[in-house]
Write a protein that binds this ligand. Structure first.
Ligand code: SAH
Ligand code: DHB
Ligand code: MG
Length: 222
C-alpha cells in the first residue's frame, strides 16, 4: 500500500458516498487561494462527521478550529430546523473567509463563527449558558487539545459525542520521547480518554488523501 492508492480509494468512496458540490468546493478552494493552509478534513471524513452527528441527533454542535468552514459546512448540513453550530477560530482572516463560505453555502442562519483564541472564548460561552452541545469537533491547535477536551466535557451532556482530529499524525503519537508539543498533547489526550470515567472512547487510524492520521471518538456517559 502506498499514498497514491490511499488517495485513489478515498476518491472512489467519496465519489459514491461523499460527493462534492459548489459550496464544499468553494470552501476548499477559497481557503487555498487566500494562502491558507490546506488542512481541512477530507470529504469522507466530512461524511463521517455527518453520520456521527446524526447518530446522536445533534441539534447543538461546537467546533474548535474553523479554517475556511469546510468541516463546519459538512456538520451544519446535518442540523435539523432550529439546529445551531458554533465554530471557534483565532485567525481573523480564516474567520472572514469561513463566514463568506458558510454564507455561500446558505448556512449563515445556522452557523456562528466566533473569533478569538478558543480558550478565551469557551469560558464566555459557558457563562452565557450556551449548550449543552450534542456534538463537539476538536480540530484546532494540537497542543491545546487536552484543554479543549476538558471544555468539551463541561459543555456537553451524557449522550453527547466528542470527536477529535489528527490524533495519529503519521504515527508520531507512539514516540514517548517526542519533543513536539502536538505529539505530547495527543499522548496526554489519549491518556485522559483512558482514565476519564465520564466517557467511553476509542481512536481510529485512517489513511487517505491526507496520508496517515486518525481521530478519537468519545461518547459522554456521565
Ligand atoms: N476544521 C477545519 C480545519 C481546521 S485547521 C476543517 O476541517 O475544515 C485548524 C484551525 O484552527 C486553523 O484555522 C487555525 O487558525 C485555528 N486555530 C489555531 N489555534 C487556535 C486557537 N487557539 N483558537 C481557535 N482556533 C485556532
Ligand atoms: C494540521 C492541522 C489539522 O487540523 C490537520 O487536519 C492537519 C494538519 C496542522 O496544524 O499541521
Ligand atoms: Mg484537522
Amino acid at each position: 500500500m502506498d499514498d497514491e492508492r490511499w488517495g485513489e480509494v478515498d476518491r472512489y468512496i467519496a465519489g459514491l458516498l461523499a460527493r462534492s458540490d459548489p459550496a464544499l468546493d468553494q470552501a476548499l478552494h477559497a481557503g487555498a487561494e487566500e494562502g491558507m493552509p490546506v488542512i481541512s478534513i477530507t470529504a469522507n471524513q466530512g461524511k463521517m462527521l455527518q453520520v456521527l452527528a446524526r447518530a446522536v441527533g445533534a441539534r447543538m454542535i461546537l467546533e474548535v478550529g474553523t479554517l475556511a468552514g469546510y468541516s463546519a459546512i459538512w456538520l451544519a448540513r446535518t442540523l435539523s430546523e432550529g439546529g445551531r453550530l458554533v465554530t471557534l477560530e483565532s485567525d481573523p482572516k480564516h474567520a472572514r473567509v469561513a463566514r463568506r463560505n458558510i454564507e455561500r453555502a446558505g448556512l449563515a442562519e445556522k452557523v456562528e463563527v466566533r473569533l478569538g483564541p478558543a480558550l478565551e472564548l469557551l469560558p464566555g460561552m459557558q457563562a452565557e449558558g450556551l449548550g449543552p452541545f450534542d456534538f463537539v469537533f476538536i480540530d484546532a491547535d494540537k497542543a491545546n487539545t487536552p484543554a479543549y477536551f476538558e471544555w468539551a466535557l463541561k459543555l456537553t451532556r451524557p449522550g453527547s459525542l466528542v470527536v477529535c482530529d489528527n490524533v495519529i499524525r503519521g504515527g508520531t503519537v507512539t514516540d514517548a520521547e517526542s519533543g513536539d508539543p502536538g505529539v505530547r498533547a495527543m499522548r496526554q489526550f489519549i491518556e485522559m480518554l483512558a482514565d476519564e470515567k465520564r466517557v467511553v472512547a476509542t481512536v481510529v487510524q485512517t489513511v487517505g488523501e491526507k496520508d496517515w492520521d486518525g481521530f478519537a471518538v468519545a461518547l459522554v456517559i456521565g
